[in-house]
Design a binder for this molecule. Structure first.
Ligand code: PHE
Length: 329
């Protein structure tokens, strides 16, 4: 009996050395440790032994069984861990997954381009809050009390003193209150209007305001700056016109239209900005001597300008966040 036990044990430890993978480990387990395995069978033989022999071999067989089981378990853990190792775990022949790379929103791209053109022209960039006081949005900008733009139709009032700014012009007021001339800055940002949403208008849009205040600033300079911008932004053959207009905070005032031929439609003039010479009242409201200084200001709609440049026919596309639209740019 002892000899048989030794033989099985020795064979077991001899054979286990050659096992390198889980599949052969399983065969090995069946051979030694399954119900009919060699080690298990020792217990059947043990039952046949005489009363005197039983206590002695009981211990021996149990000891061997434990040693063998421990060695098996240890190898199993090693092989399983191995199996999860890099080469076994990752199939290097599988095709790769395509990475989706995000892009800047077309409005951000447009704003970036506008900023870089004006920076080249000597403007700095300033921002102001979207929640504004009635004073900065209207009163300081020379809006008479009964001006229709103050009507609830156009303005999202928060209370009777504060509102969501309806244009970026209040940043002019802030800037002129903070700095003394010469001031040459653009002021990009979001503006809000309580208007019916349509192809052409949305309750939220972006403007880029420009302001230049110094001694002897003229309308000719305003025109030169705007034309330089239009040519650089749209290309040299852009067709534009300046049309007399009215704004409470500029005098004289103009609007700038550019020629647009929407796909499959007839060409038409499209208004993209307002501009003019800063009204002396506004300069005085901001503590700037209007006898000494003059200034020009302009404000343009970013969505409209982008629509013309990229042939986008509906302003709502900018805000829908439809990837099919966004990934085109
Ligand atoms: N703030 C005006 C608007 O929103 C645009 C403008 C700005 C006009 C500066 C003249 C000068 O319509």
């Amino acid at each position: 009996m002892q000899q048989k036990i030794d033989e099985i044990k020795n064979n077991f430890f001899e054979e286990i050395k050659n096992i390198k993978e889980l599949a052969s480990l399983e065969e090995f387990r069946i051979k030694y440790l399954s119900k009919n395995g060699l080690v298990t069978k020792l217990f059947d033989e043990f039952r046949e032994l005489s009363k005197e022999e039983k206590p002695k071999f009981g211990q021996v067989i149990n000891k061997v069984k434990n040693e063998v089981q421990d060695a098996f378990n240890e190898l199993k853990t090693i092989l399983e861990a191995d199996n999860k190792s890099f080469e076994n775990y990752i199939d290097l022949t599988l095709p790769g997954r395509e990475k989706v790379v995000g892009t800047k929103h077309i409005l951000t791209q447009t704003l970036d381009e506008m900023k870089s053109i004006f920076i080249q022209l000597g403007f700095s960039v300033h921002e102001g809050p979207e929640l504004e006081s009635d004073y900065n949005n209207f009163e300081a900008l020379n809006f008479p009390d009964d001006h229709p733009a103050r009507d609830m139709q156009d303005t999202f009032f928060v209370n009777d003193k504060f509102l969501l700014r309806t244009h970026t012009s209040p940043v002019q007021v802030r800037l002129m209150n903070e700095q003394k001339p010469p001031i040459r800055a653009i002021m990009p940002g979001k503006v809000y209007r309580n208007e019916a949403v349509s192809m052409k208008s949305y309750c939220l849009f972006h403007q880029v305001e420009g302001l230049y205040v110094d001694e002897g600033v003229t309308f000719a300079e305003l025109k030169g700056t705007i034309v330089a911008f239009l040519k650089q932004f749209f290309g040299n053959d852009i067709k534009y016109r300046f049309r007399p207009s009215f704004f409470p905070f500029t005098e004289p005032s103009a609007e700038v239209d550019i020629w647009w031929v929407p796909e499959g439609k007839e060409g038409r003039w499209m208004e993209i900005m307002g501009c003019g010479m800063v009204d002396p009242n506004v300069l005085e409201n901001c503590g700037i001597d209007s006898e000494k200084y003059t200034g020009y200001a302009f404000g343009m709609g970013v969505e409209r300008t982008a629509m013309r440049k990229y042939g986008i026919d509906d302003i709502r596309h900018f805000f829908d966040n439809d990837k099919r639209f966004l990934t085109q740019f």
